[in-house]
Design a protein around this ligand. Structure first.
Ligand SMILES: [Zn+2]
Length: 253
């Protein structure tokens, strides 16, 4: 079994992404990704987190599990992926999912950690099973301690290239004011993103349920057709997003 190189966040975004998606990592196989996260701590569920700076105001999230697809025997397996790099798009040979949902989000967060951007970085398990990892964290005393100064939860986990999610499950989870500030920052780095009310629940929603006063949003990381063997990644969007995320003005007030 191939493992991903340590300290790979220093590589180019495309190379880092391609390393992270070498294998699918459905729930139960997230441990294959642990070694990719430098200096991470673990909670009692197995979620990983990294803290940079003191009293960080943002929790950034992604999930380590990929969408589970059963093999012929009905077993959920970690499967090797045959990548096709078409330049602007990366996809598979059509026999597996790509797992850009949410290795694209992981790519953004590893780039930010590498650049030393202050924040709490949560790498959650079992999101595709029903956000179990983040549900655990949202109710956990250790995380409650960590969350003391957090004002916003930003999940790098949304299809497409232009969404800043303001509503999840038809509930407002992020103010227009906060979303517009994010939009203005992204705009400085050639990302035309906009408010989107049609969000589905991802890990930030777990925190919204427990901490409804926080700004909780999901950001488009450039994957399409997630949960299918047609899944693809707009790698140029991901490169721009990583550049923005390590260059822009954090925290968003
Ligand atoms: Zn996802």
């Amino acid at each position: 079994m191939k493992h991903v190189d340590e300290n790979s966040a220093g590589d180019g975004v495309r190379e880092l992404f391609k390393k992270l998606v070498r294998r699918t990592t459905p729930n139960g196989f997230e441990h294959l990704m642990y070694e990719c996260i430098p200096h991470a701590q673990a909670d009692h569920y197995g979620n990983r987190f990294v803290i940079i700076g003191s009293n960080p105001q943002h929790l950034f999230t992604c999930h380590l599990d990929t969408y589970p697809l059963d093999d012929d025997e009905g077993e959920c397996m970690s499967t090797e992926i045959h990548l096709i790099d078409e330049g602007t798009i990366i996809r598979t040979d059509g026999t597996t999912i790509l797992g850009a949902d949410d290795k694209a989000g992981m790519t953004v967060m590893l780039s930010m950690i590498s650049a030393g951007i202050p924040g709490i970085y949560g790498f959650f398990l079992a999101e595709e099973q029903g956000m179990f990892g983040s549900q655990f964290a949202a109710h956990d005393s250790l995380w409650n301690e960590l969350m003391q100064d957090v004002k916003a939860v930003i999940s790098f986990d949304r299809k497409g290239v232009e969404s800043i999610i303001t509503h999840q499950r038809n509930e407002r989870t992020c103010s227009d004011e906060f979303a517009l500030k994010l939009q203005a920052e992204f705009k400085k780095y050639d990302l035309d993103m906009m408010r989107d009310k049609k969000g589905s629940a991802t890990d930030s929603y777990s925190f919204f349920q427990m901490y409804p006063h926080l700004q909780c949003t999901n950001i488009s990381v450039g994957y399409w057709d997630q949960h299918t063997c047609c899944e693809s990644q707009d790698i140029l969007h991901l490169e721009r997003l990583c550049k923005a995320a390590i260059s822009m003005q954090w925290p968003i007030p």
